[in-house]
Design a binder for this molecule. Structure first.
Ligand SMILES: Cc1cc2nc3c(=O)[nH]c(=O)nc-3n(C[C@H](O)[C@H](O)[C@H](O)COP(=O)(O)OP(=O)(O)OC[C@H]3O[C@@H](n4cnc5c(N)ncnc54)[C@H](O)[C@@H]3O)c2cc1C
Length: 474
């Protein structure tokens, strides 16, 4: 659908300034606007880069209501933005208009240890939230690996997963309540400090993961848990990818062991990250690695799970098991996993990260398909990810000496082949990063037309003027 949006002319900019005050608005010509032109997506060039006409930094829900009302009256697009760490182009203002940055809505309103909840504004950085919660012996366990830069509102808007989803699930499981400014400027107060609620349609999961297309989240009530007091991690090295990935579902299905994390890293990811870090790692020559993390409140239980899992992986062919006993050695153990995105950015200008999810028992099947796709198209597809959830991040990496033209010709074909492989294995094209701008032309591959029709209808009813994050998902 072609949209003819109104440009933010001087009159509209004055109106925006009237709502926000001069200090809370960036507008035309300000070099700072380019910061808001992209998220952390790579490999897409101009398709996921667009400089907004203005950026608003509201510090209250009421100001957001006024911005949204103005957008409806004058028909200009609004793009909500959290920490900008998204990997789907969701926060990119593809039609220009106004970016609404939530960074000034960064107050933790109430930590309630009795009800195990935290009520917070959306712009709080997730790590900051957890640092505050730790003071009360609490935690939000479902943080993404980008936790030191992403916002809790962005996590909810993308239904983010993360390293600990095997045991703790994804963000949506923790959202008990929210306030949302709808695309027409109405304020909805959903849920609350309730662990159960069967009163009418449950709208919280509809907004969760809607990637800013169904409104702007202005407040959240999040379920928290007691901060685990015991943690043990180990790195298991394997001779090949098959040996590593092949045991994950067997361990989860057959042993009763529930690690907090099972992260997978393939050989190429290890090599490239080692070179990037300028270190010599003692596991540089292994074929693949799994990182296991165990946590809980009782030393004996955690030790028992740890020991049983370590025995299990050794019996299934692990070449070695290395424990991260101290914070420093644990840091070393996670070093490759935490730095590999930066390592691949440095390795080749032509690379992008995918996010497929398949039933855990079918990971090997999809893995073999991915290796064949790499050979067929002459690219590398290093694979890492949250193996315990069946959520793999194949990275499409072209040789650094390719031309931009060649990259833009080949990579959509590789991406499509990867998505087909996921679909054939009963999976989806995104497990946690979302559809955003990046994957919207491919959503039909795994989402049936009837489902898509419901989604489009919901969008049309709630956002009749199409001002809320247009050009995303569909
Ligand atoms: C190094 C790295 C590691 C990562 N690791 C993980 C991981 O382990 N798991 C994972 O799931 N993701 C991961 N990501 C992706 C990203 O961090 C998550 O998608 C995160 O939830 C995005 O949050 P954000 O605040 O940065 O949102 P943004 O990127 O700013 O926005 C993401 C989407 O949410 C919308 N949005 C943001 N705030 C609001 C709001 N208040 N109301 C309505 N809509 C809003 C935006 O419009 C956009 O569509 C990683 C990214 C990087 C760069």
């Amino acid at each position: 659908m072609v949209q003819n949006y109104q440009k933010l002319n001087p009159l509209l900019l004055r109106k925006l300034e009237g709502i926000l005050g001069k200090d809370n608005l960036l507008s035309s010509g300000d070099p700072g606007l380019t910061v808001f032109a992209r998220d952390e997506i790579s490999g897409y060039g101009d398709a996921c880069f667009a400089i907004p006409e203005a950026v608003a930094f509201p510090d209250s829900e009421q100001k957001i209501v006024e911005l949204v009302e103005l957008a409806n009256r004058h028909h200009f697009p609004i793009t909500p933005r959290g920490g900008g760490t998204g990997l789907a182009g969701g926060a990119v203002p593809v039609f220009g208009g106004l970016v609404v940055s939530l960074e000034k809505m960064n107050r933790i309103i109430e930590i309630d240890p009795q009800n195990l909840t935290v009520t917070t504004q959306p712009g709080v950085i997730v790590k900051t939230l957890n640092d505050h919660l730790a003071g009360d012996g609490l935690t939000f366990p479902c943080f993404p690996i980008s936790q030191d830069r992403c916002q809790i509102g962005g996590n909810v808007a993308t239904n983010a997963g993360g390293g600990k989803a095997v045991k703790y699930g994804v963000t949506g499981r923790y959202v008990l309540g929210m306030r949302v400014v709808s695309p027409t400027g109405r304020v909805l107060a959903l849920g609350g400090k309730l662990l159960k609620n069967a009163t009418g349609y449950n709208l919280i999961p509809l907004v969760t993961g809607s990637e800013g297309t169904l409104g702007i989240i202005t407040e959240l009530t999040i379920k928290v848990i007691s901060l685990p007091t015991v943690r043990r991690d180990f790195l298991a090295l394997f001779p090949c990818d098959e040996a590593a990935l092949g045991i994950v579902s067997e361990l989860l299905a057959g042993t009763g062991i529930v690690p907090a994390s099972i992260e997978y890293i393939d050989h190429l990811s290890i090599k490239v990250t080692e070179r990037f870090l300028g270190k010599t790692l003692n596991y540089r020559n292994c074929g693949a690695a799994l990182i296991f993390s165990f946590d809980g409140y009782d030393r004996q239980t955690v030790d028992s799970e740890y020991d049983r899992a370590a025995t299990f992986v050794r019996a299934r062919g692990a070449l070695g098991v290395e424990e991260g006993k101290t914070p420093a050695s644990r840091e070393r153990l996670w070093m490759v996993r935490k730095n590999l995105a930066d390592a691949f950015h440095a390795y080749s200008p032509f690379q992008t990260c995918e996010d497929i999810v398949v039933p855990p028992g079918r990971m090997m099947e999809v893995f073999i398909r991915l290796r064949r796709i790499a050979d067929e198209y002459g690219v590398a597809i290093p694979i890492f990810g949250h193996a315990g959830d069946g959520n793999l991040h194949p990275r499409i990496v072209a040789p650094a000496d390719w031309s931009a033209e060649k990259w833009h010709e080949i990579f959509p074909k590789v991406q499509k082949a990867i998505f087909h492989a996921a679909a054939d294995c009963g999976g989806q094209i995104s497990g946690e990063h979302g559809i955003g701008r990046k994957r919207r032309s491919q959503i039909f591959l795994t989402v049936p037309e009837n489902n898509l029709e419901w989604m489009r209808n919901i969008k049309t009813v709630l956002d009749p003027n199409r001002i809320m994050n247009p050009g995303k998902i569909f």
